[in-house]
Design a protein around this ligand. Structure first.
Ligand code: FES
Ligand SMILES: [Fe+2]
Length: 423
């Protein structure tokens, strides 16, 4: 449980808040590349309580600037893309990708004051099928070369979905290994079209044995399951600063997902999912089909609180799913976290032994805030591609060998990855 003050501290992310400063110290994904094709339209983006417009100019350069026109506040996301920038529809002022005012056609000749106009703008870049923004102070860091961002394009795919609750509830759902046995339980023979996971290993009623390891980049998370035929099945997940998780539940031994939970404001967030497979292309058609069935054009889950997540009590009673909400994991997660309330009241919770990860991730966040307060710098900021601080990054799921312990499993994984990279 957290006090109200502690809960406020790690859930509030607007400009000027400690958590807002922390999250702004890293690049954050704000849209998928697919949403911003060459020649595409401007998109309004609300992120960490700031209203912005993402656009491509007529030279296909990306810009991220404040949504309200600095003249008199009209929404620039309706603007015209022309003449090297975005032009406001109200009086025709023109702004470039850096927020510089280029033109004020309605002002009398000689009375233009472009140079005096200031507006908010942030650097953006594309990486791994997403568009990222840096909204912090000082020199932007380097986006780590996670495998799910720099693997060959056929092996990775990025989606996003908006969820109506605080970002931390999203992050906590992706780092919590205990709920898979319940919320996501599947009856024998039921396999999501998307899943490559050895679901048989997760199908039992027994909760996994959970343990953690502190890592410089966050927390490494282990969930050891008793699988059929006496096997031990280990899932290795990570909490990665500042708001990321890398669960291995969805793509099994052959890959995993990178997820970011980026606040829209303190009452909603975007879950970015980077699907990734190590050595073979993803079945993107199936993934997209599955996505289209479960996420609407408004980037919200089809199953949502307004329709009670389309819960089917007969499906639940028949045992076709644990909660009668179909077999799509992200929709099940959305139900779990959105119904906690728009900001979960953590003064009222009762954490048990299986919540060790929840506790450790929160501690990691508090440590990060303390470090920022003391040194001015957020933890684990990368400065360049040679700053390879994720070389011992383990994220996988699979059977443990007879007599193998967790460090041995991780070592074997890293050796296999290095051998595959050297091929
Ligand atoms: S409000 Fe945008 S040009 Fe006047
Ligand atoms: Fe989940």
């Amino acid at each position: 449980m957290l006090s109200k003050a502690q809960n406020d501290l790690i859930t509030q992310t607007g400009p000027g808040t400690p958590m807002g400063r922390f999250l702004r110290s890293y690049w954050q994904p704000i849209a998928t590349s697919e949403e911003m094709p060459l020649g595409g339209d401007p998109v309004p983006i609300r992120i960490m309580s700031e209203d912005l417009v993402l656009f491509r100019d007529d030279k296909d350069r990306l810009g991220l600037i404040q949504q309200g026109c600095p003249h008199r506040g009209t929404d620039l996301s309706y603007g015209r893309i022309e003449d090297g920038g975005i032009r406001c529809l109200y009086h025709g002022w023109l702004f470039d990708i850096n927020g510089k005012c280029l033109d004020q056609p309605a002002e009398a000749a000689g009375r233009k004051f472009c140079d005096k106009v200031r507006m908010v703008s942030y650097p953006v870049q594309e990486k791994g099928g997403a568009i990222w923004a840096f909204m912090g102070e000082g020199e932007p860091p380097y986006i780590p070369d996670f495998q799910f961002l720099d693997a060959p394009e056929p092996n990775r795919l990025c989606f996003r979905v908006i969820q109506n609750c605080n970002w931390l509830q999203g992050l906590e759902s992706s780092t919590d290994p205990a709920h898979t046995t319940y919320l996501h339980r599947r009856p024998p023979g039921k396999k999501s079209k998307r899943s490559f996971t050895d679901v048989a290993a997760l199908r039992g009623n027994e909760p996994p044995q959970i343990s953690i390891e502190h890592m410089p980049y966050g927390v490494r998370i282990f969930a050891k399951h008793n699988a059929p035929e006496g096997r031990k099945y280990l899932r290795v997940n990570n909490y990665v600063y500042p708001c990321g998780a890398t669960p291995s539940t969805s793509t099994g031994e052959v890959g995993y997902q990178g997820r970011w939970y980026v606040p829209v404001d303190d009452h909603s967030h975007v879950r970015f999912e980077f699907f990734y497979r190590f050595s073979q292309p993803l079945d993107k058609d199936t993934l997209r089909e599955n996505r289209a069935e479960n996420v609407g054009p408004d980037y919200r889950h089809v199953r949502r609180i307004e329709n009670r997540y389309l819960q089917d009590r007969d499906e639940l009673k028949r045992g076709d799913s644990f909660g009668g909400m179909g077999l799509h994991f992200p929709a099940q997660d959305a139900f779990a976290i959105e119904t906690q309330g728009s900001i979960q009241d953590r003064e009222k919770e009762h954490l048990g032994t299986t919540d060790v990860v929840i506790i450790e991730v929160r501690k990691a966040l508090f440590r990060a805030l303390k470090q920022m307060e003391e040194t001015g710098e957020a933890p684990f900021i990368m400065r360049g591609p040679d700053d390879d601080r994720f070389k011992d990054f383990v994220c996988t799921a699979g059977d443990m060998l007879e007599g193998e312990d967790i460090p041995g499993f991780c070592k074997r994984f890293l050796a296999q990855r290095r051998a595959a990279a050297a091929e």
